[in-house]
Design a protein around this ligand. Structure first.
Ligand code: 5RP
Length: 219
């Protein structure tokens, strides 16, 4: 049985290879990214700063002495590093387990290279074993849930979670996502949906998978 923590640490350390002198680094959210931030702290004097995808990562970056910049001021980024809840061999992802999917999708879209860091438990043949997060505006929650049921899923409201944008999350169970770009488009088209945690249109450029025997890269 592989140790996810070990795999996450290896993947996070390997992502440092993509960080170059003077760069502004886009930074995702989650326990794997936290390890990346810890590793990045040792290089804080050699980067220009970071753009963060969540309040949680902003706090950790600042605590590490890394300047946090606004995406509205930086323009597009060279690099975005983030984790995932699932990846397939085609580098299409499910994200949003940490409820940060909307800002993550924005920073990923604004970045030329998206490097995803995961432990080997996250690699699946078909996306959907992990419930698919969907961020919705609060007044649309029940309507969106009915539409998601029509698409074949079983949405469950993640009660007691409010996103950094003041919205709510539905986790869609029971999906076997055979056509990720088509499902991403369909869910994005439901009125009241802010973001779906499928990253298929803007998938990762590189996925670094950490496991017991080292790292493997999908690219
Ligand atoms: C947060 C995310 C995370 O990247 C995802 O949940 C993976 O987290 P972890 O690295 O803790 O396993 O999408 O919204």
């Amino acid at each position: 049985m592989s140790d996810p923590q070990h795999g996450k640490r290896l993947a996070a350390a390997a992502a440092l290879e993509f960080v170059t002198e003077g760069m502004i680094v886009g930074v995702g959210t989650g326990s794997t990214v936290n390890l990346f931030i810890d590793a990045l702290a040792a290089r804080r004097d050699r980067i220009a700063g970071a753009v963060s995808s969540s309040e949680a990562s902003t706090a950790r970056l600042k605590a590490a002495g890394i300047e946090v910049l606004e995406l509205n001021r930086t323009g597009d980024l060279e690099l975005y590093v983030d984790g995932a809840d699932e990846t397939d061999e085609h580098r299409r992802l499910i994200k949003g387990g940490g409820a940060a999917l909307t800002r993550e999708k924005v920073v990923a879209a604004a970045s030329r290279k998206f490097v995803c860091i995961v432990d080997d438990s996250k690699l699946v043949d078909v996306l959907g074993r992990f419930p698919l997060p969907v961020e919705v505006i609060p007044m649309a929650r029940s309507y969106v849930a009915r539409q998601l049921t029509r698409l074949g899923g079983q949405p469950v409201w993640r009660e007691n979670v409010t996103t950094d944008n003041g919205n709510q999350i539905l986790d869609v169970h029971g999906l076997r996502i055979l056509d990720p770009p088509a499902l991403e488009t369909a869910i994005n088209g439901i009125a009241g949906v802010v973001t779906v945690g499928l990253f298929a249109h803007r998938r990762a450029d590189v996925v670094i998978i950490g496991g017991p025997t080292g790292i493997r890269r999908l690219e």
